[in-house]
Write a protein that binds this ligand. Structure first.
Ligand SMILES: *Cc1c(COP(=O)(O)O)cnc(C)c1O
Length: 374
C-alpha cells in the first residue's frame, strides 16, 4: 500500500495527553504502587505500540493486553517491559510466551497440565486470576486455589509472579458490591499467603479503583481508560478526583458543499427534508469506518461551531447542515476540540447509548491514526 494518505478523514492521538493522564494518577497512588498501562484492543483504538512507548516514557512499569497476539505485536515493536496477557490464552502459546517473556494469566488445572507437557526453554511467567465476583474468568474457591498451587509446585518451569482480581462495579456510586469483592479477595490472599509463602505481585484495580481508592491498590494498578483521558463512568467523572485530557480526536474535511431548496431531501430513505433553503456539506466518513448510523443527529464542529448531522449516515459518507457556505476542504471535527468548542467522547457515547470505551474501539483501521507530540 502507498504511504500517501488520500482520504480526508483521520484520528489524531495526542501522546502528550497520555503522558499527562499518567502523571495525574501517579500523583494520587502510593509511591509503592506501580503502573501497568492497559493497551488491549490496539490501545483502545488509539494504537497500542505508540501509546505503550509513551506510557513507558511517562513511568508505566509494565503493559497489559487481552490477547496473546497483542503481546507479540508489542514485542515485535521492540518493547521490552513486562507484558501481562489478561485474558485466557491457549496452553499451546506457552513456549512462545516463555521465549518472549510474556506473562500469561491462568486459572485452570487442565491448563497447567497441558503447559506441563511442553518443553519450555525459558521460565514461563504466570499470574493467577481470582474471580471474586466479576463472574468472567478466574478461580472462585479456596479449594481450587490450593489445588492450583499444589499443581504449580510440581512444575518448576512455570513461575508464579502475580495474583489478581477485577472489580465489576468500581465505577459506580454504590460501592457495596466493590467492598464485598474486595473482602473476598483479601480472604483468598490470606489463604494464598498461608499456602504459598513466596512473594508475588498483587494487583486489583482498574482506572476507576485507582482513581477512587488510590491507597488500596497493592503493587500495581491496571490503568486503561483514564490513561486515554476518558473517565470510567459519569460517577467517577462527577467526582473530579483527577483532571484528564482526552487523547483521541476525529476529524474530516468537507468533500462537497451545496445549497438545497426548502422541501428537498438528503440521504437514503429521503428522511431528512430541508425546511428552508439550506447549505449541506458532505464528509467522507460513514459506518464503514465505525461511524455508526446511530450517530445521525449528533453535532460536529465546523469553524468552532456546532452543526448537526442530517439524514442517514451512509457506509462512506455523512451529510451535515452548515450555517452558510464553506469552502471544500474545510476541517470538520467529529470528536474533539475546535477553538473553544468541544465534542467529548462522552457526548458521542451517550448519543450511541453506549460507554466511552466503545467509541474509539469501533472507529476502525480504515481511519488512519496520526500522532501528535510524538
Ligand atoms: C480492561 C481491563 C482493565 C482496564 O480497565 P479500565 O477501566 O480501562 O482502566 C483492567 N483489568 C482488566 C482485567 C481488564 O480487562
Amino acid at each position: 500500500m502507498s504511504d500517501t494518505i488520500y482520504r480526508n478523514t483521520w484520528v489524531e492521538v495526542d501522546l502528550e495527553a497520555i503522558e499527562y493522564n499518567l502523571q495525574q494518577i501517579k500523583k494520587r497512588i502510593s509511591n509503592k504502587t506501580k503502573i501497568i498501562a492497559v493497551v488491549k484492543a490496539d490501545g483502545y483504538g488509539h494504537g497500542s505500540v505508540q501509546v505503550a512507548k509513551r506510557a513507558i516514557k511517562a513511568g508505566a512499569s509494565a503493559l497489559a493486553v487481552a490477547l496473546f497476539e497483542e503481546a507479540l505485536t508489542l514485542r515485535e515493536a521492540e518493547i521490552t517491559v513486562p507484558i501481562l496477557v489478561l485474558g485466557w490464552v491457549p496452553a499451546k502459546a506457552a513456549p512462545i510466551a516463555a521465549v518472549n517473556n510474556i506473562t500469561l494469566t491462568f486459572f485452570q488445572k487442565e491448563w497447567l497440565q497441558e503447559v506441563s507437557t511442553y518443553q519450555l526453554e525459558d521460565k514461563l511467567h504466570v499470574h493467577m486470576k481470582w474471580d471474586t465476583g466479576m463472574g468472567r474468568i478466574g478461580v472462585r474457591t479456596k479449594s481450587e486455589l490450593k489445588e492450583l498451587l499444589y499443581a504449580l509446585n510440581e512444575n518448576p518451569s512455570i513461575y508464579l509472579t502475580g495474583v489478581f482480581t477485577h472489580f465489576a462495579t468500581a465505577d459506580e456510586a454504590d460501592m457495596s458490591y466493590f467492598y464485598e469483592q474486595k473482602s473476598r479477595f483479601e480472604e483468598m490472599l490470606k489463604t494464598f499467603t498461608e499456602v504459598w509463602g513466596k512473594p508475588v505481585d498483587v494487583h486489583i484495580g482498574n482506572s476507576a479503583s485507582a482513581i477512587r481508592l488510590p491507597e488500596e491498590m497493592y503493587d500495581y494498578i491496571r490503568f486503561g481508560i483514564a490513561m486515554y483521558g476518558l473517565y470510567p463512568s459519569g460517577t467517577v467523572k462527577s467526582e473530579r478526583d483527577v483532571e484528564l485530557k482526552q487523547a483521541f480526536s476525529l476529524h474530516s474535511r468537507l468533500a462537497h458543499v451545496k445549497k438545497i431548496a426548502a422541501g428537498e431531501t438528503v440521504s437514503y430513505g429521503a428522511t431528512y427534508k430541508a425546511e428552508k433553503d439550506e447549505w449541506i456539506g458532505t464528509i467522507p466518513i460513514g459506518y464503514g469506518d465505525g461511524w455508526i448510523r446511530k450517530l445521525q443527529g449528533v453535532d460536529v464542529l465546523v469553524n468552532g461551531k456546532r452543526m448537526p448531522i442530517v439524514g442517514r449516515i451512509c457506509m462512506d459518507q455523512t451529510m451535515i447542515r452548515l450555517d452558510g457556505e464553506y469552502p471544500i476542504d474545510t476541517k470538520v471535527t467529529l470528536i474533539g476540540k475546535q477553538n473553544s468548542a468541544e465534542i467529548e467522547m462522552d457526548e458521542i457515547a451517550a448519543h450511541a447509548e453506549t460507554i466511552n470505551y466503545e467509541i474509539p474501539c469501533i472507529i476502525n483501521q480504515r481511519v488512519p491514526r496520526l500522532y501528535k507530540n510524538e
